[in-house]
Design a protein around this ligand. Structure first.
Ligand SMILES: C[S@@+](CC[C@H](N)C(=O)[O-])C[C@H]1O[C@@H](n2cnc3c(N)ncnc32)[C@H](O)[C@@H]1O
Length: 464
């Protein structure tokens, strides 16, 4: 992740771009996370951290926070009253770790195919190897150890099997293969520095890579890890993010609400579903309003219109997406988010998905050509208008409903299995709990979509 400005996509703006509107305050005060874990765990072993960072930065970083422990690992806590809109911390770019910190003799050997995340992961490995001698030791020594990270990239095959229904399963396999590819590209370079990288294994690189993805933020320097700021935990309802001010060369966090002394301070890493949180950060939320499901359509290979339909579906898919932290995602499927209203009115399931269903249900080349011509006569977007033939419109939406009904059955079975195999029906294990949050959230999205479709189809029947 480069959070918000973070990796999974932190979006770093070249200028300060965020001030919390006043009206947010009361809403944010009711954040479940903010209230439940507020105040009890403070300070502890990090007393030396802020003085070290301020000395390194050569400026004051914060007079309003201390580092403490919470249910979610280290966190920042308010040490005094913090008012909405005030600055919580400011970390200059030169006190952040970025790919620029890579030894020049290593950097010069790296080709373009080695991305910024891999470069920054290499910096982390170098500084870790230096131990107490590293100029970053107080920060590096407080990063989670191998074995403490919960992202699915470290799950066993059996653990992954539990979430096979979710797109996270395939995405985990794909991503791990991609990180392995990057490691194999880097390895011949690392081997030239045995005093640093002797005996380095893929797991070490994977660990460093996931540290970067779960903590770094995008900036003009590529991705940076921002000491102190990266002790901030994520609340899906928070509005505060890490801002990047290119003019002043600082990263800053502004309060999105008032904090009392002792309260934990929260930011948002982005509008992430549990699938993304699990894959990139290694945690889930019990009820995540950003959960989503990805639908893949398969055109039967014996369909005589296979080629035409494939080309049209390709036009309907979304292009590459960039998340808040600056990370790119490729969407090769249709995404459904939770439908707010089951009545068929207002925000329903995505138009592009319904358009795809209209394309799929065509039975002749003439019908497909009609869909294309109609798009050209209107705003150019394919399949956006309901078929004039109501029977066809019903068929298109029944295609969708049938696929969603099948998925609902599969998710329900997986959740039943998960609950029944947990000791005494309890999900003690944190990975099982996260698997449950993930599957239950995606099932909720599917059920809402199903209700919406049933209602729409019923309305069409009545009007026929
Ligand atoms: C940027 S770090 C935040 C600081 C971290 N708690 C620590 O101890 O260093 C991100 C990590 O914090 C944890 N985390 C952050 N927000 C969380 C939340 N709402 N629930 C559970 N874990 C969370 C996850 O382990 C995540 O990978």
């Amino acid at each position: 992740m480069l959070l918000c400005i973070r990796i999974t996509k932190l979006m770093v703006s070249p200028r300060r771009f965020f001030t919390a509107p006043r009206c947010l305050c009361s809403k944010l005060h009711s954040s479940s996370l903010s209230q439940s874990v507020a105040s009890s765990y403070l300070h502890e072993e990090c007393d030396d951290f802020l003085p070290w960072l301020e000395q390194k930065a050569g400026v004051a970083i914060s007079s309003a926070v201390s580092i403490g422990r919470s249910t979610y690992g280290r966190s920042l806590f308010a040490t005094k009253i913090i008012e909405t809109g005030s600055s919580i911390l400011k970390v200059p770019f030169h006190a952040q770790i970025s790919p620029d910190n890579l030894y020049p003799e290593i950097k010069i050997l790296l080709g373009d195919e080695v991305g910024n995340v891999a470069r920054l992961a290499t910096v982390i490995l170098v500084e870790k190897k230096k131990g107490p001698e590293s100029g970053w030791a107080p920060y590096i020594s407080r990063l989670p150890l191998l074995g403490e990270t919960q992202t699915t990239l470290f799950w066993s095959e059996d653990e992954l099997e539990i979430i096979k229904q979710s797109p996270v399963y395939l995405e985990t396999i794909r991503k791990k293969a991609e990180i392995r590819r990057q490691f194999l590209t880097l390895k011949p370079v690392l081997d030239q520095f045995p005093q640093i990288f002797d005996g380095i294994k893929f797991e070490d690189f994977l660990h460093a890579y996931t540290l970067v993805e779960s903590r770094a933020w995008e900036s003009s320097k590529g991705f940076s890890m921002i000491p102190l700021a990266d002790f901030l935990n994520h609340d899906g309802l928070a509005k505060a993010i890490v801002l990047s001010d290119e003019e002043e060369q600082i990263s800053e966090v502004l309060a999105d609400r008032d904090y009392a002394p002792g309260e934990q301070i929260w930011i948002t890493y982005g509008k992430f579903s549990n699938a993304t949180l699990l894959l990139e950060f290694g945690f889930t939320l019990p009820h995540n309003i950003h959960d989503e499901v990805h639908l893949h359509f398969k055109i039967p290979s014996h369909d005589p219109l296979y080629k035409m339909k494939s080309e049209l579906l390709e036009r309907l898919r979304f292009p590459t997406l960039k998340d808040l932290r600056g990370f790119k995602h490729h969407a090769d499927s249709f995404t459904i988010k939770e439908v707010r209203s089951a009545t068929g009115k207002g925000y329903g399931i995505p138009q592009s998905l319904r358009a795809a269903a209209r394309v799929l249900c065509c039975t002749s080349a003439e019908e497909l050509c009609y869909v294309v011509e109609e798009a050209m006569e209107n705003d150019g977007r394919l399949g956006r208008r309901p078929f004039k033939n109501i029977e066809r419109e019903i068929q298109a939406h029944e295609i969708l409903l049938s696929q969603i009904t099948t998925l609902i059955g599969e998710y329900t079975e997986s959740i039943k299995l998960l609950v029944s195999t947990s000791p005494a029906g309890n999900r003690h294990d944190s990975r099982e709990r996260m698997a449950h949050d993930l599957l239950a959230g995606e099932l909720r999205v599917l059920k809402a979509a199903s209700l919406w479709l049933q209602n729409y189809i019923l309305t069409l029947h009545h009007s026929a």
